[in-house]
Design a protein around this ligand. Structure first.
Ligand code: FAD
Length: 371
C-alpha cells in the first residue's frame, strides 16, 4: 500500500517509522525547510543547542514509548523543573503548600483552600481554577498568566487545557511526575532524522497528486485541509527574543514563568535543559501573540473552537483516503509523549479506515482523543 505522510513533526515521523516497519510503502512531504515541526533543534550563534519554537522537555511514564524513542537517540537526564516570578520573588511551580506557607498572605490563602468545594467547578477555566485554588492564588498565579497566554479572558475558555495541568501539591515537586524524562542529547532534529532515516522525504512542499497514493496521513491544520470552509480554528502563537549570557536566577529551573511581565510569558535556559557544559548561555524569552501569519501553536479551547473542530472532523471522516492526525489535524494540545502514544494507537484505525463508515471513523477518533 502506498502511503503519503504530510508533515514531518513527531506525529508524522512516528507514523512513518511504525508503518514502514509494517512494510507499507511510505514517503513524506514537509512544507517547511526542515523536519521536526515544533520539535526542532538548532545551534545558537554562541554554540548552544536550542529550540526556535520553545523549549521541549520529553516525558513519559509509558515503557512502550520510552523503548521506542531510545531506538533513535540517547536522552540526557534533565528533569523538568519550573520557577515562577510573583511580585519579584522567584517561587517554585507547580504550586505547593510549602510555597504557600512562605507567602505573605498565607492565612487568607489557606482559609480559601479550606473552603474549596469537594468537586471542582467545570463551568469554565476560571471557575475551575478558583474552585481548586481560591481567589487569592488564582489572581496571583493564574489569572494574568492565562489571560496573557491565551489572549482571552480565562472565563471564555473551557477546562480542556487546565484540567490535568494545574494541581496543588503538598511539597515542591518536578513539573511532570513521569519516570522517563530528558532531551535527546543531540537535539530533536537529529532524533527525528534517525527515526525516518530510510524514508524518502521532500521538504518545502505540500503539493501532492492524490491518485498516486492509497492513503494520505495528514498532520497539517484540519481547517486548512478544507480551505477554511466552516471558518478558522484559532490557535495561540509565540514570538521569541534571545539573550546571550543573561542573568539566570536559579540553575535548578530550566524555565521560569513570568506572569506579571508586561510582554513575556516565560523564559527558557537551553544550557540547563541540554545540560551543556559550556561557559556561555542562551536564554529564550517567549511573548504570546496572535497566530495570524505566525506558527499555529496552542489550540484555544473556547466552546466555539471545539464545536468548529467537530464539524471539520465529521467532514474529514467522510474521506476514504485522507486521515487527519496530530496536534494540528486533531486540534489537540499533545505533549510529545502523548503525540507518540496517539500515533501508535491510531495505527489500527488507519489500517481499517477504508472499511469503516464515516460515523464509526469519527467515533473511533473521538474515543482515542478522550483517552
Ligand atoms: C511552545 C511549546 C512548547 C512545548 N513544550 C513541550 C514540552 O516541553 N514537552 C512536550 O512533551 N511537549 C511540548 N510541546 C508539544 C509538542 O510541540 C507537540 O507534542 C508536537 O509538536 C506535536 O507534533 P505534531 O507532529 O503533531 O505537530 P507539529 O510539530 O506541528 O508538526 C506538524 C508538521 O506538519 C507540517 N505541515 C503542516 N501542514 C502541512 C502540509 N499541508 N503539507 C506538508 N506538511 C505540513 C508542519 O510544517 C509541521 O512540520 C510544546 C508545544 C509548544 C507549542
Amino acid at each position: 500500500m502506498r502511503v503519503l505522510i504530510l508533515g514531518a513533526g513527531i506525529t508524522g515521523c512516528t507514523l512513518g517509522r511504525l508503518m514502514k516497519d509494517k512494510d507499507y510503502h511510505i514517503s513524506i512531504k514537509e512544507k517547511q525547510d526542515h523536519i521536526g515541526g515544533l520539535c526542532y533543534t538548532k545551534t545558537s550563534p554562541n554554540g548552544i543547542l536550542y529550540e526556535p519554537y520553545g523549549g521541549h522537555a520529553f516525558h513519559t511514564k509509558d515503557s512502550r514509548i520510552k523503548k521506542f524513542v531510545l531506538n533513535f537517540s540517547e536522552f540526557n537526564n534533565y528533569i523538568h523543573k519550573k520557577g515562577i516570578f510573583i511580585n519579584g520573588v522567584l517561587r517554585h511551580f507547580p504550586l505547593s503548600r510549602k510555597t504557600i506557607f512562605e507567602m505573605e498572605r498565607s492565612d487568607k490563602i489557606l482559609k480559601e483552600l479550606e473552603k474549596r468545594p469537594i468537586t471542582p467547578d467545570f463551568t469554565n477555566f476560571e471557575t475551575f481554577a478558583i474552585s481548586q485554588f481560591g481567589n487569592t492564588l488564582y489572581k496571583l498565579f493564574i489569572y494574568n498568566y492565562s489571560k496573557k497566554m491565551w489572549g482571552v479572558e480565562p472565563k471564555e475558555l473551557t477546562t480542556e487545557y487546565i484540567q490535568n495541568r494545574i494541581t496543588l501539591k503538598d511539597s515542591n515537586t518536578q513539573l511532570f511526575e513521569d519516570n522517563f524524562q530528558g532531551l535527546p542529547v543531540k537535539g530533536y532534529t537529529k532524533f527525528l532524522r534517525n527515526m525516518i532515516h530510510d524514508i524518502p522525504i521532500e521538504l518545502n512542499t505540500s503539493e501532492f497528486d492524490e491518485s498516486l497514493y492509497d492513503l494520505i496521513i495528514y498532520s497539517g491544520r484540519i481547517d486548512e485541509l478544507f480551505k477554511f470552509k466552516f471558518g478558522i480554528l484559532h490557535f495561540r502563537s509565540l514570538r521569541f527574543d534571545y539573550k546571550e549570557n543573561d542573568v539566570w536566577e536559579n540553575d535548578n529551573y530550566g524555565t521560569i514563568n513570568l506572569p506579571q511581565h508586561a510582554k513575556y510569558i516565560r523564559k527558557v535556559n537551553f544550557k540547563i535543559m541540554y545540560q551543556q557544559k559550556i561557559n556561555k548561555s542562551w536564554t529564550q524569552y517567549q511573548e504570546p501573540i496572535s497566530f495570524y501569519n505566525n506558527m499555529p501553536m496552542y489550540p484555544i479551547y473556547t466552546k466555539q473552537n471545539i464545536e468548529l473542530f467537530d464539524r471539520y472532523l465529521i467532514e474529514a471522516c467522510k474521506s476514504n483516503k485522507i486521515i487527519p492526525v496530530g496536534r494540528l489535524g486533531l486540534y489537540k494540545y499533545l505533549e510529545m509523549g502523548q503525540a507518540i502514544s496517539l500515533a501508535m494507537n491510531m495505527i489500527l484505525l488507519i489500517e481499517k479506515w477504508k472499511k469503516l463508515s464515516p460515523k464509526n471513523r469519527y467515533l473511533e477518533i473521538k474515543k482515542l482523543l478522550n483517552n
